[in-house]
Design a protein around this ligand. Sequence first.
Ligand code: UDP
Length: 194
Amino acid sequence: LKFVHILGVPFVHTNQKDFIATLEERIDKQEKTFVVTANPEIVMHSLKDQPYKKLLAKATYITADGIGIVKAAAIIGEPLPERVSGYDVMLDLLESANKTHARVFFLGASEAVLQATVKKAKTDYPGIKVVGSQNGFFDWNDHQLPQQIQNMKPDIVFVALGFPRQEQWIGTHIDQFDKGVFIGIGGSFDVFSG
Ligand code: UDP
C-alpha cells in the first residue's frame, strides 16, 4: 500500500473496501496490526507532542478519518481516495467477524455504554465471539488488562478511549501482544449503542 504524508503523518492510500480487505487478510494470517484513524486534531497534536508522534510511528496504518485530511491531501497534489473513519471500520470489521467467527475484545467508554455495546454487537452480529470487555476508566498501572487481552487471543480489539488516550494505550502495549488488529475508534461505542 502507498502512503501520503501530511505534516509528517503517513496516511495509507486506500478506500474503505480495500482497507477492510487488507485487515481481513492480516487477521487471517494472525499479523499484529495497529490502526490509527486520524483526524486533523490528531495531526496537529502530533506536531506539538513528540511522545505522541513516536506512538503514531508505531502504527501499521493511519487512515484519513475526516474530510479535512482528504481535502489536505488533494491540496498537496496527492489525493486520497476517500475518508476511512473509525466508526465505519468498526462496523465493517464486526460484519466480517460475524462471518469468520472472529474473537473480539471491547475496550473503552463508560460501563453502561460498554455493556450496551457488547449486547448490541452480540445481537446484531451473532457469529462473533466476544472474548472480553473492559470499560475505559481503569488503572493504567495495573498490568492485568494487557495480560488478560493477551490470554484471550482476540483477533480484533476495539479501543474506544478517545484521543489521545487510545493511541497512547495501544502504542504502549502493542509489543506485548502476539496478534490482533488494535484500532482506536474514539466515541464509537457511544454512537453504536446510542
Ligand atoms: N473515555 C474512556 N476513558 C477515558 C476517557 C474517555 O473510555 O479516560 C471514552 C468516553 O467514555 C467515550 C470515548 O472515550 O466513549 C471518547 O471520549 P471523548 O469524547 O472524550 O474523546 P474524543 O471525542 O476526544 O476522542
